[in-house]
Design a protein around this ligand. Sequence first.
Ligand code: ADP
Length: 500
Amino acid sequence: MTKDYLLALDQGTTSSRALLFTPQGEIVASAQVPFPQHYPKPGWVEHDPMELLDSQLRAAADCVAKSGVCSGQIAAVGLANQRETALLWEKRTGKPVGNAIVWQCRRTAEFCTRLQQEGYAQAIRARTGLLPDAYFSGTKYRWLLDEIPGARARAERGELIGGTVDSWLLWNLTGGKTHRSDYANCSRTMLLDIHRRCWDEDLCQLLEVPRQILPEPVENSGLLGVVASNVPHLEALAGVPICGAAGDQQAALFGQGCFAPGQLKNTYGTGCFTLLNTGQTPVLSQNGLLTCIGWGLGGKTTYVLEGSVFNAGSSIQWLRDELGLIETAHQCDVLAESVPDNGGVYLVSAFTGLGAPHWDMYARGTLVGLTRGTTKAHICRATLEGIAYQTADLIAAMERDAGHPIPALRVDGGASVSDFMMQYQADLLGVPVERPDLVETTAWGAACLAGLGAGLWSGPEEIAGAGRHHTVYTPQTDRSKEYARWQRALDRAMAWEEEG
Ligand code: ADP
């Protein structure tokens, strides 16, 4: 009877999931519990920390119950979580103080603009690898401390503590014994000095976040805590060690086996997230990409360059929900493949502006090259191609920053099932695109970090081989002519809205 199952908790933005893996990467059981989103004002997004926690604990309990595995057979628990979301709670009771401010929430945008105008962007970038933006946790803590009555005074008296979702889960899973956060999550707060791997006193002062409310930054793998005996729904898991944690995108990079410098993955979801392993040297981007910690393992830090495409799978949803051109996302693939080419049609899905490397908040979605012969199949094709072009632009910027070409691209996420788009991506990049059969790369990454921490493997190299099978798309067609036209379409999309 195997005793080395790994339980991964994948705490996402709209639901919490739990998956039980064998060390070979097979899924034994899984469960998913959604939880409510709260939108108190336009542009504001909150989660109730208790609803979030409850959904995660239920998912874990469901998953373990379904599997028929007992706690003695689980070697370790690993965590992956939505990043940047920040909250405060009472140190004595564990009771949350207000809702968590979710990564998507824009309420601190004005303060971030001020930081920029006052000339802090350079210092923030040099220390944290990030750009001042409402996305990151630091200014969210500041908001909670200032706007929740009495919070700042209570924090200064040592009554309140805070953290990102990983530390909230760890705190609760260990019955309030552990106040820690892994380096990957910490590196998305705008408060961590990513070079020294510690909270930066100057930035804590600048953002008015008392150092003592923050969790202790720790490595992504190792004994992070032990499941307490009184965790609701998880009584059966008492005593199981928690041996791994990482923010979801870093967990996915790890789960994809991108352990070596130069390896990268792209997740094609609602948006795309591309992360490139740059090894033990943090590379500060010349192209508007972010620098974060991928993971800290065995005293070594692996850094990543990160970029995102704001609208990827969401442009397929737009075809379905707003235009009514398709009924399912799969139809988009079928239609795209029904025409020999895009018929000269290009869709730049800059619905909410363009991210790296273009960084144009005033860009807007643009459909160009229409003729009387344009059909919906061409538009579907242009939509999928548009996602691949934006990814190619992002990766080209990463290659410039890293100073070397990429060897291959590993992919995952809901839209990576599109064979057409993956083939087109390979054609554009001129390197193989590899999609693992195991699509649960985020949860698997958390499981791998936990397995390493529990001593199931002596190093990441031992995991890399475990049960990996990929569908590989090799470059077949030269797309340089289409790519050049894409650049022209992009020019038309950029700076469309008037500033101010
Ligand atoms: P997220 O985690 O961001 O919610 P997922 O990884 O679940 O996203 O991916 C969902 C996205 O995948 C949707 O935007 C959807 O349009 C896209 N998608 C789903 N099926 C297909 C398909 N067959 N072809 C292309 N895109 C698809």
